[in-house]
Design a protein around this ligand. Structure first.
Ligand SMILES: *[C@@H]1O[C@H](CO)[C@@H](O)[C@H](O)[C@H]1NC(C)=O
Ligand SMILES: *[C@@H]1O[C@H](CO)[C@@H](O)[C@H](O)[C@H]1NC(C)=O
Ligand SMILES: *[C@@H]1O[C@H](CO)[C@@H](O)[C@H](O)[C@H]1NC(C)=O
Ligand SMILES: *[C@@H]1O[C@H](CO)[C@@H](O)[C@H](O)[C@H]1NC(C)=O
Length: 829
């Protein structure tokens, strides 16, 4: 075989007018051809060496001859051609067929056929192909590329709010390349249809990034190309999308993205996807819906918990087994003064995400029935109510059932307007929504929830919204009746209030400030390093608890199994027998005091709650001792996790989730987070590792309500001295609304906005500091003053709770530190 010539002879953009059946700007009835201009470019590999040396034209390909061959054979008088593909076939026949006597003897040709301004909305479409022939056989194509240039669309695109206010032009080039199916019928591309569809679809999008838009265009084009599963697997076309946003950058003519995609890049949509032709949104599909919940009558926390539990049993209301509703995420809980009517009790507001197969109107019916069951008293509009449920978002649907003339927004009785029309003016709806889906785009305003919240105009005289954590009453009163078929909802004992975090985009000077509460620690462990086991008898325990309350502690933490490195193993039974009687005795003496059980064992947590505890404090965040590194996916997180989760959910108790890496003394290397910057890697490690666990506990079916979660960075656990100081010094960064991770894993801080507990009391790293530089060795009990310094720092960092041993002294420290640093967030600007 001859080597392939390195030289090429070209004819560029030969203009011909040919009768074509398709592609005209104004379509004709089928079968009627229209004369249309096409530009033909040829490129032919040919060794010009002999012509070059002899300077004799007879040795080369006479391009003047080629042009007249094409012009004579393809003109107005030829029978109409179906498509550009038919035209390409005809040209290859002319050039490469041996049968025709006047054909030049070529073995290879590349051809580009362009039809300018063919479909509306784009500059040109065309087909590029390469055909070869070997002696005796008919020519065949080895490569075909269909393309369309400068499809012009206007759409909402951009990250900045100002960019999203109006549409801007996006220009798109699309090409579709195939290697072995040639110019056959199956691989034709109907650009008129495809560009029309793409144009309409792109207009409706509202992506933030060109990246997302190009990916969407590539997927839509692939979807358009084939419904044939064998083709998807055997000879998939490659789609290249190049999109430019000419108005993006003031000093450059445009910004552009180019991507190449094929079916396997969209595994969800193709290959393993639906059978061709099947409607992907059949009636039983799952929808994601955001609901707002509010209550301002009676036991408001009880009402909301009951509403959520009833909501998950829609079959009880609809009489059908097919209806499903699952709560998959919750917001923080907020207390706020009512917005429109001011002389009534303050509102509790929160929001949740549910997954349901119910259509909007059926869902609305369930919500109304839940409201009635919980005991909504229909009274003055916006007046007191036991519970109020509203559909805020339903997928990204836009729904208005009001018909014409439209009902007033204030009197929607039975009608649905989605997204909720008052969403953008109500902080008590936007803020909880922002806790769960800050990046969700409002389908009509094309702005994200976090942007809408940031630009919300909150009048200066509005009562600020506070975050609240409710504590249930435990044990249940003996005469307690609960007339519903769902798991018993406990009445509320008390609730804690914290300032709500500042607006997401608002930067305030210094750390967030809040009223810090004191957690007194009671070790029911004979080997406890912290108090020398002096409380291991009921009378001393009772006395300790009483003193702590008098001193000003807000909660008592009872533990029966030390987590200190090298602590003696304690069996579950032993742990229960240490904490159970102790908690029961303290509960009997003090009905009002929140008591947390410090354990990582589900059995112990359950027994302690039944004995009277109403909070779980778990140093392993429900993943058990052996859980480092935490598996992000799958059931590998173990039974411990799901048991603790269901106990927390069932008993509706707050949970304190701590960062640790298994054994307290080990796993101190945070090198992998070095990218976060020097002095930030431990902080970053805590945010990412604890964030993954908290997400696992809060999100998805059977998740713990977000408003019950307090996070603890785990000072003194799996961290070096420097690491402990780093976390303590900058603790407010643990729960900041910032981004974490790097590269593809970069995402919002999962711990953003959670109240934080800091427990540095008597820890050994304080002892190490005291000992450094020739200082003295200290026993834990001797580290009170050292603890005071750490507690002052925790208050300055805005900790919601500090866990201490020397309650009376530390209450004093907290009071003075609070006076020093506690400012209202609004004063800090
Ligand atoms: C081109 O032709 C010349 C002379 O006929 C020959 O020497 C040379 O090898 C050819 N080159 C290729 C790449 O075929
Ligand atoms: C090239 O083709 C043109 C048009 O067919 C013809 O007039 C001319 O004589 C040809 N030249 C040579 C050298 O073959
Ligand atoms: C176009 O090509 C197809 C497939 O190669 C063929 O079946 C059809 O008859 C052609 N139509 C015209 C008008 O040339
Ligand atoms: C599309 O292709 C045309 C012609 O090649 C080119 O001028 C234009 O810049 C391309 N547009 C984009 C967005 O790549």
């Amino acid at each position: 075989m001859q080597p392939r010539p390195r030289d090429t002879i070209r004819i560029n953009d030969l203009l011909l007018i040919v009768p074509l059946l398709t592609g005209s700007v104004w379509p004709k009835p089928p079968g009627q051809a229209v004369l249309q201009p096409v530009l033909i470019s040829l490129s032919i590999p040919h060794n010009i060496s002999s012509t070059a040396t002899t300077d004799d034209l007879s040795h080369t390909i006479n391009y003047s001859f080629l042009c007249s061959l094409l012009r004579d054979s393809l003109n107005e008088k030829i029978p109409p051609l179906g498509t550009l593909e038919n035209l390409s076939t005809r040209i290859f026949d002319l050039l490469l067929s041996r049968s025709s006597s006047d054909a030049p003897s070529l073995t290879e040709a590349r051809l580009r056929v362009v039809q300018p301004r063919a479909p509306l909305n784009c500059k040109a479409i065309g087909v590029e192909s390469r055909a070869t022939t070997s002696s005796g056989s008919r020519w065949s194509t080895g490569y075909v590329k269909h393309f369309c240039e400068d499809l012009e669309c206007s759409t909402i695109i951009g990250v900045n709010a100002c960019e999203r206010e109006e549409r801007q032009i996006v220009r798109v080039n699309i090409s579709i390349e195939r290697w072995d199916s040639g110019l056959q019928r199956e691989s034709w591309v109907d650009f008129r249809f495809m560009t029309r569809e793409l144009h309409a679809k792109i207009q409706k999008t509202s992506y933030q990034t060109l990246e997302a838009l190009t990916s969407y265009i590539a997927e839509t084009a692939l979807r358009h190309l084939s419904t044939d599963r064998t083709e998807q697997i055997q000879s998939p076309p490659l789609v290249t999308v190049r999109a430019a946003k000419p108005s993006a950058i003031v000093f450059a003519s445009s910004s552009e993205i180019e991507i190449c995609r094929t079916y396997s890049d969209y595994p969800e949509s193709f290959i393993q996807g639906m059978e061709p032709g099947q409607n992907p949104t059949s009636d039983m599909a799952t929808h994601t819906v955001a609901l707002a919940l509010g209550s301002n009558l009676g036991d408001r926390f009880y009402n909301i918990e009951l509403a959520l539990r009833l909501l998950e049993t829609p079959e009880a209301f609809l009489g059908t087994k097919d209806a499903t509703i699952a709560v998959v995420d919750t917001s923080f809980m907020y207390e706020s003064a009512p917005m429109y009517v001011t002389d009534q009790p303050s509102f509790i507001n929160c929001a949740c995400m549910i997954e349901t197969n119910l259509p909007p109107v059926a869902l609305l019916k369930v919500l109304k029935l839940v409201e009635t069951t919980v005991g909504r008293v229909p009274s003055i509009r916006n007046g007191p109510r036991a519970v109020d449920l509203d559909i805020i978002l339903y997928d990204d649907a836009v729904i208005d059932t009001r018909g014409n003339p439209r009902k007033e927004l204030d009197d929607l009785d039975g009608e649905l307007v989605i997204p909720h029309p008052r969403l953008i003016e109500r902080e008590f709806v936007l803020r909880p929504l922002n806790d769960m889906v800050p990046d969700f785009m409002h389908p009509l305003l094309h702005q994200s929830v976090s942007t809408l919240l940031a630009v919300l105009d909150i009048p200066a005289d509005t009562t600020p919204m506070h975050k609240v954590i409710p504590f249930p009453q435990r044990p249940l009163p003996t005469d307690y009746t609960f007339p519903h078929s769902v798991a018993v909802v406990p009445p509320t004992l008390t609730h804690w209030t914290f300032p709500s975090s500042p607006r997401p985009t608002q930067k305030i000077a210094g750390p967030r400030t809040s009223k810090t509460r004191v957690m007194a620690t009671l070790n029911a462990t004979p080997d406890s390093f912290s108090d020398g086991a002096t409380h291991n008898t009921l009378p001393t325990a009772l006395e300790y608890a009483q003193n702590a309350v008098v001193a000003g502690a807000s909660i008592l933490d009872v533990g029966g199994y030390s987590t200190r490195p090298g602590a003696v193993f304690v069996s579950t039974q032993e742990e229960i027998s240490r904490v159970g009687p102790c908690i029961a005795a303290i509960r009997t003496a003090n009905a009002q005091l929140p008591i947390s059980i410090d354990t990582f064992r589900p059995e112990v947590a359950r027994a302690a709650i039944l004995a009277g505890a109403n909070c779980i404090n778990d140093v392993y965040s429900f993943t058990g001792q052996e859980s480092y590194p935490f598996p992000r996916t799958g059931s590998a997180a173990g039974g411990c996790m799901s048991d603790m989760k269901s106990i927390a959910l069932e008993f509706a108790v707050p949970v304190i989730l701590m960062h640790s890496r298994g054994d307290a003394g080990t796993n101190k290397d945070y090198e992998m987070y070095r990218y976060a910057g020097a002095g930030q890697e431990v902080l970053e490690g805590v945010r990412i590792e604890l964030g993954a666990k908290v997400d696992f506990i809060v999100k998805g079916r059977g998740g713990v309500r977000r408003w019950f979660v307090i996070v603890d960075p785990g000072v003194g656990f799996s961290k070096t001295l420097e690491g402990n100081l780093e976390v303590l010094r900058d603790a407010s960064a643990i729960t900041a609304d910032c981004h974490v991770g790097s590269g593809r894993d970069r995402c919002r801080n999962a711990l953003a906005g959670y109240p934080q507990l800091i427990g540095a009391s008597r820890k050994s790293f304080l002892g190490v500091i005291l000992e450094q530089g020739g200082g003295r060795k200290t026993e834990p009990q001797e580290r009170g003053w050292a603890t005071a310094a750490a507690v002052a720092c925790a208050v300055q960092q805005g900790a919601a709770v500090v866990r201490v041993h020397d309650t009376r002294e530390m209450v004093d420290v907290v009071q003075v530190a609070s006076a020093l640093w506690e400012r209202d967030v609004t004063d800090a600007t």
